[in-house]
Design a protein around this ligand. Structure first.
Ligand SMILES: Nc1nc2c(c(=O)[nH]1)N[C@H]1C(S)=C(S)[C@@H](COP(=O)(O)O)O[C@H]1N2
Ligand SMILES: [Mo]
Length: 195
């Protein structure tokens, strides 16, 4: 992380604003699961309760969050399960190159496998020593500190293993497929420049 710096074109936000598309889902623990599906090695779907996810080993990750609309919030401390844990518990088939991270109400974000398994990519349950607020993604939020905010679904419910790339919710709506803020990867029309 480039401490104390913001990516080009970003300005600091006041406080920690709440931004997402659609309503805030209510958490009903008895109906909640985290599912891993798609190209698993054994073709089975894995499903864990919130208690099972909460019992997994957790790490602390320091992160700044960059919204592709141009605001950033800095100095976050997230606590949760490293996303790479999922790969150990639910082995992917040969040839898995990407994942789709799915949230409540069908929100999705596609990630290259290496971005999902990066050391700082975390399925967060806590922020600054408190459980996440529901507006910021309680009970579980994917945090991918090295990519723009839309790559980190709040209210995470599923991980789909994919053997080829497929665009997620904002990626289908004009946002960049890769979303590196330091490279200014905001809009899909810029993707030609990267080839
Ligand atoms: N489920 C869901 N997660 C989402 C979004 C969304 O619309 N739905 N928006 C993303 C975007 S564009 C950003 S910038 C961040 C904002 O997170 P915050 O509200 O905690 O600041 O959430 C991300 N996660
Ligand atoms: Mo955003």
């Amino acid at each position: 992380m480039r401490e104390g710096m913001l990516p080009p074109g970003q300005r600091p936000a006041k406080g920690w604003p709440i931004s997402h598309y659609g309503p805030v889902p209510r958490f009903r623990e008895d109906r909640w699961s985290l599912q891993v599906f798609g190209a698993t090695a054994n073709r089975q779907t894995y499903s864990w309760t919130f208690a099972e996810v909460s019992a997994l080993p957790k790490v602390t990750v320091h992160a700044d969050l960059h919204c592709a609309s141009g605001t950033s919030t800095t100095g976050h401390t997230f606590f949760g399960v490293p996303a790479s844990t999922v790969l150990g518990l639910a082995p992917p088939a040969d040839g898995v190159s990407h994942v789709m991270a799915w949230a409540e109400y069908g929100y999705s974000a596609n990630l290259r496998l290496a971005d999902f398994t990066a050391e700082t990519t975390v399925m967060a349950t806590h922020h600054d020593d408190e459980p996440l607020t529901v507006e910021h993604g309680f009970p579980l939020r994917l945090v991918v500190p090295h990519l723009f905010g839309y790559k980190g679904p709040k209210w995470l419910r599923g991980i789909e293993y994919m053997t080829q790339d497929r665009r997620g919710f904002w990626e289908e709506r004009g946002y960049h497929n890769l979303a590196d803020p330091w490279a200014g990867q905001r809009h899909s029309y810029q993707e030609d420049d990267d080839r």
